[in-house]
Design a protein around this ligand. Structure first.
Ligand SMILES: [Zn+2]
Length: 140
């Protein structure tokens, strides 16, 4: 188990179950990462990334919050210990979006970074967190 859902929400429950199931040895996600050789941001080769993501570690808790700023773009974040999902954004998110958010933040939990918070095409290809959040449809 990679994630421990601490929110009472059916959609998040389902997304957590799927995210848990695709972060395991032999999954298409892990096989895909193993073959990737163009990660940057000090991530190392995809083989190392894949091995790191499937390491046995304490599951990360998933909580919710309501952003003070109603216009924020943030749908969630990792605070160094837990993953937080913005309840203001939840109704606008698809199941894939929520799974992508979980995978992205899990990559942060495992130590991967992507510089500043501006999403770019380069980051989506070469940073572990954005690569995970942007390609969910290939793995579920
Ligand atoms: Zn991030």
């Amino acid at each position: 188990m990679r994630f421990k859902n601490c929110i009472t929400d059916k959609n998040i429950d389902e997304a957590v179950k799927i995210a848990n199931s695709i972060l395991n040895a032999g999954s298409s996600l892990i096989n895909d990462l193993s073959n990737k050789d163009d990660f940057q941001y000090n991530s190392g080769h995809g083989t190392q990334v894949a091995l790191n993501l499937i390491l046995v570690r304490e599951p990360v808790n998933v909580y919710s919050y309501k952003s003070i700023n109603p216009f924020t773009k943030a749908i969630g974040y990792f605070d160094g210990e837990a993953i937080w999902i913005n309840l203001r954004k939840l109704p606008l998110l698809t199941k894939e979006d929520v799974i992508g958010l979980l995978l992205h933040e899990y990559a942060h939990y495992c130590g991967y970074k992507h510089g500043n918070n501006f999403k770019s095409e380069h980051k989506c290809k070469h940073s572990v967190p954005y690569y995970l959040s942007e390609n969910v449809k290939r793995w579920i």
